[in-house]
Write a protein that binds this ligand. Sequence first.
Ligand SMILES: NC(=O)c1ccc[n+]([C@@H]2O[C@H](COP(=O)([O-])OP(=O)(O)OC[C@H]3O[C@@H](n4cnc5c(N)ncnc54)[C@H](O)[C@@H]3O)[C@@H](O)[C@H]2O)c1
Length: 221
Amino acid sequence: MEEKDISRAVIKRLPRYYRYLGELMEDGVERISSNELSGRMKVTASQIRQDLNNFGGFGQQGYGYNVKYLHSEIAKILGLDRTHNMIIVGAGNLGQALANYTQFEKQGFKIVGIFDVNPVMQGVSVRGIEIRMIDELPEFVKDNHVEIATLTLPKAKALDMAKLLVDVGVKAIWNFAHTDLNLFMPEDVIVENVHLSESLMRLSYNLSRFEKDHKQEQGKI
Ligand SMILES: NC(=O)c1ccc[n+]([C@@H]2O[C@H](COP(=O)([O-])OP(=O)(O)OC[C@H]3O[C@@H](n4cnc5c(N)ncnc54)[C@H](O)[C@@H]3O)[C@@H](O)[C@H]2O)c1
């Protein structure tokens, strides 16, 4: 399958296709046309065909897409066809909430360790995963083939921690601390910054716009 030159916009949409296809599989649906998928996802059928054609076209005229096949091909593209060992650094509210969420494991992201600097937390378990102290981290990363580190620690500590993690062999950082770590990391370190408040700001913008439009509509009557 050709995967080169897939635009970032398409890659960004793939997780959503993957989620819908997973739901279709759970419902026992074996094939789906781009029109049906379009109805469910509220994306135009031509956009769906265009997006999925990037990968050599999974669809067949008059047959539609084989849901299971498409799901597994997208999984391969997204690297979900294998397990990724992951640790959480910062075992506070957010770190523990992420550790308690079982869905990541189902998608192949296995939380193998949780780390913190607060000695009070040493040995406490979250969903059966023991919280360890940072001094154990370098050896743990090497021994457990840790690929991804989730950063849920204070912003001021994030960069130093990221550097330490990279030094001991972590390849990817899922960063929740409010700093754009990618700007400070070597290019071969993969960083995904997550800012829930940005999502909330988009919601707020849409809400304000809706209210404004609604008032204008009322003004016309
Ligand atoms: N990106 C987002 O959308 C989002 C949302 C909520 C919170 N946050 C951020 O996530 C971080 C955690 O938030 P929280 O509410 O869980 O805070 P918290 O205070 O409950 O937890 C932070 C934890 O990090 C630990 N810690 C401090 N220094 C450390 C170090 N050097 N190494 C390892 N652990 C260390 C603390 O002991 C504490 O247990 C904060 O930076 C917060 O701003 C981001």
